[in-house]
Design a binder for this molecule. Structure first.
Ligand SMILES: NC(=O)c1ccc[n+]([C@@H]2O[C@H](COP(=O)([O-])OP(=O)(O)OC[C@H]3O[C@@H](n4cnc5c(N)ncnc54)[C@H](OP(=O)(O)O)[C@@H]3O)[C@@H](O)[C@H]2O)c1
Length: 287
């Protein structure tokens, strides 16, 4: 890798998807969880801004359709990699596939993630471990594995955390809130460690955003989510992109979310936990 010549993401001079010589690596933006929701809209925004992309998720059909949609004539089509990040070998295999294609991540977007609603004692153990595995382990593995390449490129990392990251805990979604608190803490620490290398690390912390997330989480269909102050996935993606490019450590899209983050440190933890518990109970079919 140290001998490789790297071309800048989004400014490849060649229309050819192939690198120009045997030692040249093409720099890309890698987005996990790109098959829908916030990840797909992040991919759309990156493509619009001229980035060459690698799209990762489990749903091949959705990824291929997105790659066709955002492909720009005269530029390499986004590379689709169909992987389940919960599979133990997935991340080494992704790294091998990129190396074989002479592709190197300059920007990494750790977006794939999910949560489950319900009391921790009542939810399936394997599913809760999968939350930790996907939201935490996969993001850490991808980050540290690609860090040498990102550092060499003076690149960027965007971790999609959540407004949940700022709460003292999330009764009714305990593993999910804890995973997102980890991701914010990890991002902030890395942002400091990598500052001198010219690498920026940003945590994108959306609040309620209407995507496939709610159905996957098992949020009760009896809840009228449209009454919540929310953002669209595209609003979140655009805020995320702007914050990433500006090198901001924390990106909280939406006025209500910004206000919550400002006020939270002044509220007693017991009160916040009780309010969250009440809210999640009302949304959970497992009450
Ligand atoms: N929506 C919200 O209200 C909200 C709020 C705050 C934070 N977030 C965070 O935003 C991120 C994106 O969520 P979203 O709202 O866009 O939800 P979404 O529509 O459910 O998208 C989740 C993405 O992750 C992928 N994914 C899930 N499991 C995977 C696995 N095992 N391996 C590889 N990819 C996997 C999914 O693709 P496949 O199913 O094709 O694999 C999909 O592309 C998540 O980290 C979430 O925690 C969401």
């Amino acid at each position: 890798m140290s001998e490789a010549i790297l071309t800048k993401a989004g400014s490849s001079p060649s229309a050819d998807a192939q690198p120009r010589s045997g030692t040249e690596m093409r720099r890309v933006t890698l987005v996990t969880g790109a098959s829908g929701g916030i990840g797909a809209d992040l991919a759309r925004v990156f493509a619009r801004q001229g980035h060459d992309l690698v799209l990762i998720a489990r749903s091949r059909t959705a990824l291929e359709a997105l790659a066709d949609e955002i492909a720009v004539p005269g530029r390499p089509r986004p590379l689709v990699l169909v992987f389940d990040l919960l599979e133990r070998n997935a991340i080494p295999e992704i790294a091998a596939a990129l190396a074989a294609a002479r592709i190197s991540p300059e920007i990494l977007v750790n977006n794939a993630g999910f949560g489950l609603i319900g009391p921790a004692a009542g939810l399936d153990l394997a599913e809760q471990l999968a939350i930790v595995d996907l939201n935490v382990r996969a993001a850490v593995d991808l980050t540290l594995r690609f860090l040498p390449a990102i550092r060499a490129a003076r690149g960027k990392i965007l971790n999609v955390a959540s407004i949940a990251s700022y709460f003292p805990g999330g009764p009714g979604m305990a593993a999910y809130y804890a995973s997102k608190a980890f991701l914010l803490s990890f991002s902030l620490a890395l942002s400091q460690e990598l500052r001198a290398d010219g690498v920026t690390v940003s945590a994108l912390c959306p609040g309620y955003t209407k995507t496939g997330f709610q159905a996957r989480a098992g949020i009760g269909p009896n809840i009228d989510l449209t009454r919540l102050p929310g953002s669209t996935a595209m609003e979140v993606a655009e805020a995320g992109y702007a914050g990433l490019i500006a090198g901001r450590r924390e990106i909280v899209p939406g006025f209500h979310n910004k206000l919550s983050v400002l006020l939270l440190p002044f509220l007693p933890k017991a009160v916040v936990l009780a309010v969250i518990s009440r809210l999640q109970q009302n949304r959970s079919p497992l009450r």
